[in-house]
Design a protein around this ligand. Structure first.
Ligand code: NAD
Length: 339
């Protein structure tokens, strides 16, 4: 069993913790919090040992009825690998601690590529992650882009990608972020940072991205256009998406034309937290005009990177060397009912 610690039990950390606990080859040794909160109560409710960043706050946790298993350092000493899901920028500050303790570490997309010197996506570079001490799982948007670009590059070769990201303003539980009533160009300059981030995983891809933030919380929506190196066919593109373990077709017959209906559908399917781990690609939007491919894809920002973290753990520990096998184990453990 691979012993996994989760440092930072928030939006991403709590999902990765549940996904680790569901895997047949992994054991969750604990999760960490900085102060008592509703998430700390959930860790207790789930029976996850809770470790804290600052032992001076132990009394505050215990007064709130939340038992403390020890310090973050104690948690790391009990683990083979840590998933750092602390807020962007905090994770990089934890690197010296991980180095000192000699523990393997995975960071999230809020950190720069340099934090690990290697950026990961299961479809694109799983084998290159085998045995590595440090890895960064790319952001939710980059993960969604990498999946579809890699699949099309394998089939046709990709000459150029242009993508517009319509980004959610904050996560559903995040009361501090906005905008409340605006479309914010983020950044106003073109290109956005997402293209270079894709190139940390797929360096040969020519890509230009543009991004804006809108007042929604459920998902991002991508408008993707690719120049293919060979003429494609819509039927073949749909077939590739349909067979892909991390991409799903939002079928015309469902009548779904929005992120809201898609999230409701995932909830009704019984998905844990109504999470959509795969790209939600709208069937009707998939258009192939000669060498031009167009599509809309919905990306559930809280969920798509979770399954990537699980595969990254297996790759770095070297226990499964075939990416397809790891993806299968991860998906099966989560009851990945197709959309
Ligand atoms: P979050 O704020 O929801 O959760 C972070 C957690 O870390 C909080 O529970 C906080 O209490 C805890 N924390 C803060 N400082 C800590 C410390 N020093 N030690 C231990 N715990 C600490 O953040 P999030 O949205 O889960 O983001 C985490 C990372 O994942 C970031 O790099 C972010 O960019 C990335 N990411 C977020 C999303 C998303 O949509 N939320 C998507 C993809 C990637």
């Amino acid at each position: 069993m691979i012993k996994v610690a989760i440092n930072g039990y928030g939006t991403i950390g709590k999902r990765v913790a549940d996904a680790v606990a569901a895997q047949p080859d992994m054991q969750l040794v604990g999760v960490s919090k900085t102060r008592p909160s509703h998430e700390a109560y959930i860790a207790k409710f789930r029976g996850y040992p809770l470790y804290i960043a600052d032992m001076a706050k132990k009394d505050a946790f215990e007064k709130a009825g939340i038992p403390v298993a020890g310090s973050v350092e104690d948690m790391l000493n009990a683990a083979d690998i840590v998933v750092d899901a602390t807020p962007g920028g905090v994770g990089a500050k934890n690197r010296p601690l991980y180095e000192k303790l000699g523990i393997k570490a995975i960071w999230q997309g809020g950190e720069d590529h340099e934090v690990a010197g290697f950026s990961f996506n299961s479809d694109c570079n799983y084998r290159e992650a085998i045995g590595r001490p440090f890895t960064r799982v790319v952001s939710c948007n980059t993960t969604g882009l990498c999946r579809i670009i890699k699949a099309m590059d394998n089939e046709y070769g990709v000459e150029k990608v242009r993508a517009v990201m319509v980004r959610r303003g904050g996560d559903p539980g995040d009361i501090k972020r906005g905008p409340i009533d605006a479309v914010v160009l983020n950044p106003v300059t073109i290109p956005s940072h997402h293209g270079p981030d894709v190139q940390t995983v797929l360096p040969h891809i020519n890509i230009v991205t543009l991004a804006m933030i809108v007042p929604v919380t459920m998902m991002h929506m991508h408008v993707v256009q690719m120049d293919l190196k060979k003429e494609g066919s819509r039927e073949r593109v749909l077939e590739i998406i349909e067979k892909h373990p991390r991409m799903g077709l939002v079928r015309k017959s469902t009548g779904i034309t929005s992120t809201a209906e898609l999230k409701e559908y995932a909830m009704d399917l019984g998905r844990c937290r109504s999470d959509l781990w795969e790209n939600g690609i709208f069937e009707e939007s998939v258009s192939v005009l000669g060498r031009d491919l167009y599509l809309f894809q919905a990306i559930h920002q809280e969920a798509d990177v979770v399954v990537e973290n699980i595969d990254a753990i297996r790759a770095m520990m070297g226990t499964v060397t075939d990416p397809a096998r790891s993806i299968e184990i991860t998906n099966d453990a989560l009851n990945f009912v197709p959309i």
